[in-house]
Design a protein around this ligand. Structure first.
Ligand code: NI
Length: 184
């Protein structure tokens, strides 16, 4: 089922999301719906707050960009209760976008290596060092679980430049090809 995507201004996007219990009801169905919602909106990642749920569940699909990044062929995973323990490595800048911020793309600087813990969709625990593009996508998605969005990482000047677009979203104007839920 395709769910509406919550747009900038929705308070749930600014809340710190809670870990879920292993017996969280209908988890498999939720994950399937998140994959479907993300793929319909042509995203590579989606965090539960973006569908209005303040819980630590994220889906990432890098198979869709495996023409550019062959190492991610077949990479389609759900992450439950993820936590970033450390960001390290070299800082790199790259343009980012977000399904909750339609029409905005800005360069974001992030460390290229992270130490993460999470459960996979079979509830198996992982403790991993992740590098490269996946480390960036994870940081973007897991930020959503801390109530953060990528525009929090840009300069005051750049933020000023996109103010008009952000204000339009607050007024309920979000021009996308997918279903959205704005504050008004
Ligand atoms: Ni996002």
């Amino acid at each position: 089922m395709i769910l509406p995507i919550y747009i900038y201004g929705q308070p749930v996007l600014r809340k710190v999301a809670e870990d879920i219990a292993p017996d969280y009801p209908n988890l498999k169905e939720l994950i399937a719906n998140m994959f479907e919602t993300m793929s319909n909106a042509e995203g590579v990642g989606l965090a539960a707050p973006q569908i209005g749920l303040s819980i630590r569940v994220v889906v990432i699909d890098l198979d869709v960009i495996s023409d550019d990044y062959p190492e991610y062929k077949g990479f389609k995973k759900a992450f439950i209760n993820p936590h970033i323990l450390e960001v390290s490595g070299e800082e790199e800048s790259m343009d980012e976008g977000c399904l909750s911020l339609p029409g905005i793309h800005e360069s974001v600087k992030r460390g290229n290596k992270i130490h993460v813990t999470y459960l996979d969709e079979n509830l198996v625990a992982h403790d991993e060092e992740v590098e490269g593009f996946l480390a960036r996508v994870m940081q973007h998605e897991f930020d959503h679980l801390e109530g953060k969005m990528f525009i929090d990482h840009i300069s005051a000047l750049r933020k000023q430049m996109i103010k008009g677009k952000l204000n339009a979203m607050l007024k309920g104007k979000a021009h996308c090809t997918y279903r959205t839920k704005t504050v008004r």
